[in-house]
Design a protein around this ligand. Sequence first.
Ligand code: PMV
Length: 328
Amino acid sequence: MTVSSAPGKVYLFGEHAVVYGEPAVPCAIEVRARVGVERRDDSKLRVHADDLSLDGFTVEYGGDAGERPDIDVSESLLVAATQYVDSAIEQVRDVTGEEDVGFDVTIESDIPLGAGLGSSAAVVVAAIDAGTRALGTTLEPAELAERAYRTEYDVQDGQASRADTFCSATGGAVRVEGDDCRSLDAPDLPIVIGFDGGAGETGELVAGVRNLREEYEFAADTVETVGDVVRNGEEALAAGDVEELGRLMNFNHGLLSALGVSSRSLDTMVWAARDAGAYGAKLTGAGGGGCIVALDPTDETETALSFTPGCEDAFRAELAEEGVRRIE
Ligand code: PMV
């Protein structure tokens, strides 16, 4: 078996605005998805997923394009386990020229699905890395990130930014502006995450912001203002000024809220973190539900979140210096 792991991410700044060409700063976190592959002697894929939900499941498919496996799990799980893996393995076939290769694939992930922590990107990055290595090819992080981006682009019908996949492949903090992705120097960040147990509908949330932008000039200005916050955030990151980062994250959350992508549970967690003394807190990712990210070097925010109604899980996450990791 060849096994790779890849980290999830939080957005320190800039989600949604990045769709309209503003910069964004995501940051990889030590919460990982692991993907193991074993070459088969036919061209099928067999996917076994543990920990993506409480119940693991196995699905075997292959052959006809568009075949939907007959299996009783939620659509998001099925997509995570089949479409993303399917498309990732297509990239493996493309890179290696082994067009008919099949694999047994095992996925284990500690990253909640669809909650703004980049779960699908981590699975895709780890799957492409493990699949190519199993066939004797080791990809550089930039090529891996590009292949993983194409995978997400295909599965999400073109609605993908490079942020999650680049961040997951390379690790660390990253600056994304359009097609330009680069690594940033970052201090050790005291990241705390609160998860409401839910997930937002990324497509609907992105469409909501697009509509607001088209309808109101001040909404378009709000998106541009997010870009200004991001540029200030980059300076604070470079200076290692964690308190300033927190203040700017608070501002970014306010703007995201104005754009209609927060939710009651996200706002409740953000305020619980602020009341507990966090330097700052904001939603991460598409919003609508899912996760918030706060900065607090003490235990106060994690403790407060764990007692906050609507917060299902609160945990500390180190910045992941290392992106994709080759395990065996
Ligand atoms: O929820 P996530 O982690 O998939 O982030 C979505 C980020 C958006 O900016 C809303 C969309 C995008 O593709 O950049």
